[in-house]
Every structure is written in structure tokens, then in C-alpha cells.
Design a protein around this ligand. Structure first.
Ligand code: SF4
Length: 154
């Protein structure tokens, strides 16, 4: 898996103070996508074990207490991102108790594969669906178009 950006402290991409990871790879090609540079799987930088460890350490840190992590992209549920995404969310569940995991994906909840579902079963909130330009609504919170749904899973 590759990633584009990691923000250790972020107050924009999700509720509260969080860390945010934007991964590479998206096959949805939504017209009007604000993040087209993340579409290619090999764009950005390799997601290394060192960065994975850093994310866990940031979530555990008491210097700047974080509410949780936001996983976005690109698409964290791109089939080729699943193995590393699954390992990351498993580690967060095991090593960072009390931290919430929000995820943004272009796939709809009802069309997830069993592999994608395995990841989603471990997170708190999934914001699903492609960005649809004609249903864009600037008044929405945490989503860009009215078709997208915020699923509170835990
Ligand atoms: S799912 Fe998100 S990143 Fe992918 S094309 Fe659509 S808006 Fe862009």
C-alpha cells in the first residue's frame, strides 16, 4: 500500500482532534473528485512498518491526546489496500483502546466484499459511496454529496 499524506494532528478530517492517513489507490473516478492525484496505486510513498508504528505511537501519546484516526484517500478499501489496512485497524483495536476509527470509501456499504467487510467490522464509522457532483451539498458534515451515508457501526 502507498499513501499520500499523514497528519499526526488534524482537526479538519473528522470529529475532535485526530490523526489522518490519506492512502493511494482509487478505482471510482468520480467526476469532480478533489483528490485525483491519489487515484494511482503507485502514487505517493510506500506505507512502511515505521509509519505504522508511528501511527500507533501517536494514538497512544498523552502529549496531544487524540480521539482517533481518520482513514481516507484514495480509497482505504481498494482491494489492493486491504491487507495493510486490515493489519493497521487490527493493531489500533489491540493497542489503542478507546480510540475511534473513521473511514471514507467510494464503495457502498451494501456492495462490500467479504475482505472489505472484515476491515469495516473493526472500525467505528464508515462514510460510504462515491462523490456525486450533481448531489454535492456544502452544508453536509463529513461528506461531500447527499448520496453518501455516515454509518455509525460501534
Ligand atoms: S471515491 Fe473519493 S477519491 Fe475516489 S474518485 Fe471518488 S471522490 Fe475521488
Amino acid at each position: 500500500m502507498n499513501y499520500h499524506q499523514y497528519y499526526p494532528v488534524d482537526v479538519v478530517n473528522g470529529p475532535g482532534t485526530r490523526c489522518t492517513l490519506f492512502v493511494s489507490g482509487c478505482e471510482h473516478q468520480c467526476p469532480g473528485c478533489y483528490n485525483q492525484s491519489t487515484w494511482r496505486l503507485n502514487s505517493g510513498h510506500p506505507f512502511t512498518p515505521e509509519l505504522e508504528d508511528r501511527i500507533i505511537a501517536d494514538l497512544q501519546s498523552t502529549t496531544i491526546p487524540l480521539q482517533g484516526i481518520s482513514l481516507s484517500g484514495g480509497d482505504p478499501l481498494h482491494p489492493q489496500n486491504i491487507p495493510e489496512m486490515l493489519r493497521l485497524v487490527r493493531r489500533i483495536r489491540a493497542e489503542c483502546p478507546g480510540k475511534d476509527i473513521w473511514m471514507w470509501t467510494g464503495y457502498r456499504m451494501d456492495e462490500l466484499t467479504p475482505e472489505q467487510k472484515e476491515v469495516v467490522d473493526l472500525i467505528n464509522v464508515l462514510v460510504d459511496g462515491k462523490f456525486e457532483q450533481e448531489r454535492r451539498d456544502l452544508t453536509l458534515v463529513w461528506r461531500g454529496s447527499r448520496n453518501q451515508v455516515i454509518h455509525h457501526l460501534r
